[in-house]
Design a protein around this ligand. Sequence first.
Ligand code: C5P
Length: 309
Amino acid sequence: MTQAVASSVVVRVPGKINLQLSVGPKESDGYHGVVTVFQSISLYDDVTVTKEEIGAGLSLDINGDHIHGVPTDESNLAWRAAVLMCQKYELPADLRIEIKKSIPVAGGMAGGSADAAATILAIDALFSLGQTREELHGVAAQLGSDVPFMLSGGTAVGRGRGDQVTSALSRGTYHWVLALSTVGLSTPAVYTECDRLREGMKAVTPQVSDHLLQALLAADPVALGKSLINDLQPAACSLRPALRLILDVGGEYGALGSIVSGSGPTVAFLVSDEDQALDLAVALTSSGVVGSVMRVSGPVPGARVTDVH
Ligand code: C5P
């Protein structure tokens, strides 16, 4: 029988941006084959999982700004992660999950996936399961395409649906300015719009960008800025035309690169240092086309236990 060693575990998990997101055609399972390069960034959710008395069942509480519309029932990915872990490892599903949210909701930064990854890791620690990363990645992949990367973090290449993750070498720290929107975009809707925009075009098999990997190896933000690529960007801009205006502001103020993050609508601007980040943040704020602005850096490590009691 599994021995309990703690009553509460806190896991801190970062959000991500996609430096590359190359999308193949839709496959028979409804998903698109992708090649993506992920980078974890310094914007975090904190997930606490606490044991409750027998029979209490699962509960979920979410705190933070702009959490409107985030479900607190079994449709939340963190809840589903808890159910899956409890089933797989035959654990009592009497747990309280508390999420302190800073990663934007439906922003293309995998906030929901981050919370699921954090829940997996918290339950592993809470019950001293001692599962390997591979084991936990297997559970993560059942929950969503981005969840395995949110466990490992750093810099990684994702293949398949994005769930087959191999870490990539990256040197240096990259500075980003994020332009956040108050209203999110639905990932399936953006993929569907991508298919619509590509109707009649020849399908291309996605490949990882050597230029991008070289830029990361060389710690070269200028080369990285030129290599950023997201096949979902035209679709996100088609559904949310204001994103084009936001992308333009970055160009005008000398960003090294500008990209919609994942399925959007967050726009990420790569800048050379913290001073330029501050200048661009001010320019974006005063442009009037942006909801709010954040300055972050990456890569940072993935989900990790920060407190046990
Ligand atoms: O895997 P996840 O649940 O995060 O995916 C959400 C939706 O995004 C899927 O239902 C699918 O419509 C779309 N998607 C896709 N191809 C991928 C990843 C996601 O079409 N590689």
